[in-house]
Design a protein around this ligand. Structure first.
Ligand SMILES: Cc1ncc(COP(=O)(O)O)c(C=O)c1O
Length: 462
């Protein structure tokens, strides 16, 4: 049924509904409810168009790590716009802002990396990583290595290839995705997927055995790369169990499969290390970064490539006569200047170390307040990235009926209570700006607990 915007039930104008046609809500619902209009921000706080303030407990979309109103970023942007508002990195051109940023990224990379390829979003960089995997295997004479592995529930973006890597139905249904050859393997989520009586170690052993069987069934000579996030953020803040990544890496090495680590959420201090790669002891061939790279002040992403991949690409492009992968805004000087300044701020404020110190304030704080609640099934996370999973029953682990949209109810109560969080099914995701204070973390926990109480009280009266 068509909704007439002029008949909508609140004061928002029809144009507010047209501003988005955007994911994770449904369009009919969007036309009826309309978006919340956020007008300004300072630190970890945002204010809507009715003057109500909220703690931005999700850093927007896991991205504004340095919070709002960072004058150094604003100045870097303005100065670069005045000096050189635009130049590109195509046809033997470059500019100091991109060169300086590439040097810096390679200097702080968690494992030795050789070159950086810039784009404007995490999705573009994931797309490009997939293309460069193909390019690499063609370069070394193994063109049959074309398939990709990633996790069910992984989120790697929403362009054609990155949405194919993404392991959620909402990115595929109705869009003729995933493309052929994009294969998904089990989510390493012990509490949700372990068999009855299975220890964490046995669970890891089962997943690794299944992974190896899948590779053998597909033919190892057909698999180009495995894509993984260090912590699966949009999949529900899933922290893979001890031993899982070590096992995955052993298998990748055995069958000569590239490892691409998607650090779009986890890079730049989020996990208590500058890179989640370090926190989870990964040894990738490529690393994708975005979001925190510029603290979302301006779009930019960066894909880091190791020498194994890059050196092969050089010879191959020589043979082809051209390296045909460029974007108009790749390495945009204004974005590059903001990114370099953002990295300087992460370093000057020791934000990775500070995050490590705040990890127990957030996670233990959530546990103290919520662990005994009968509908809280799990509280997990690393650094300043946490998930609180709500369940109908804790033992045995029994999720709510998804149709009840219980997580969404909690997010709505939280919002009414001045806290923005994200419901991923029945997991409440928390990812505040890294500049959050201990007092603000306390307030965040209070407001979330209150929302959970209100939602569960509604349950008991139904
Ligand atoms: C892990 C991960 N990879 C890739 C992306 C895609 O990034 P973008 O939305 O900038 O295209 C996201 C976005 O949330 C993400 O969380």
């Amino acid at each position: 049924m068509q909704t007439d915007p002029s008949q909508l039930p609140n004061s928002l104008e029809a144009r507010d509904r047209r501003a988005l046609v955007h994911g994770l809500t449904n369009l009919a619902q969007h036309l009826t409810v309309g978006p919340k209009i956020i007008e300004s921000g300072q630190g970890v706080w945002v204010t809507d168009n009715e003057g109500k303030t909220y703690i931005e407990g999700m850093s927007g979309l896991w991205c504004i790590s340095l919070g709002y109103g960072q004058e150094r970023l604003i100045t870097a942007c303005e100065q670069q716009m005045r000096k050189l508002a635009y130049y590109h990195l195509t046809n033997h051109k470059a500019h100091p802002a991109a060169i300086e940023l590439a040097d810096k990224l390679l200097a702080i990379a968690p494992v030795p990396m050789s070159h950086v390829w810039f784009a404007n979003s995490g999705s573009e960089s994931a797309d490009c990583a997939a293309r460069l995997c193909w390019y690499y295997w063609n370069a070394v004479g193994k063109p049959q290595k074309r398939k990709f592995l990633s996790h069910d529930k992984a989120y790697h973006g929403n362009t054609v290839a990155s949405a194919s890597l993404t392991g959620t139905a909402y990115a595929h249904d109705g869009f003729n995705l995933p493309l052929d050859g994009f294969l998904h393997v089990a989510t390493p989520h012990y509490i949700a997927a372990a068999k009855s009586g299975e220890s964490e170690q046995q669970f890891v052993g089962r997943l690794l055995a299944d992974l190896e069987t899948r590779i053998l069934d597909e033919g190892p000579e057909t698999i180009a790369a495995f894509f993984t996030e260090p912590v699966m953020a949009a999949g529900g803040v899933i922290v893979p169990p001890q031993g899982y990544f070590a096992g995955v890496q052993k298998i990748m090495k055995k069958y000569d499969i590239l490892l691409v680590v998607d650090e779009v959420v986890t890079a730049f201090g989020r996990t208590g290390e500058m890179f989640g790669t370090t926190r989870m002891a990964l040894m990738p061939d490529m690393i994708i970064t975005a979001k925190g790279l510029t603290s979302a002040y301006i779009p930019m992403s960066a894909l880091l490539l190791n020498a194994r991949v890059f050196d092969a690409m050089v010879d191959y492009s020589d043979m082809l006569g051209i390296f045909g992968l460029t974007l108009t805004y790749s390495g945009h000087p204004v974005a590059a200047a903001v990114a370099s300044e953002a990295i300087a701020i992460y370093e000057d404020l020791s934000l990775a170390d500070r995050t490590k110190t705040l990890e127990p304030v957030l996670l233990d704080g959530l546990r103290q307040r919520l662990a005994s609640h009968p509908n809280v099934g799990d509280i997990r996370g690393v650094g300043l990235l946490a998930g609180v999973q709500l369940v109908a029953r804790r033992d045995p682990f029994t999720p709510f009926d998804p149709a009840a949209r219980f997580g969404a109810k909690i997010a709505t109560f939280a919002e009414a209570n001045g806290l923005i969080v994200r419901a991923i099914g029945d997991t409440i995701a928390i990812c505040p700006p890294l500049v959050i204070t201990e007092a603000e973390i306390g307030l965040l926990i209070e407001r979330l607990s209150c929302a959970i109480e209100l939602a569960t009280a509604e349950l008991s009266t139904c």
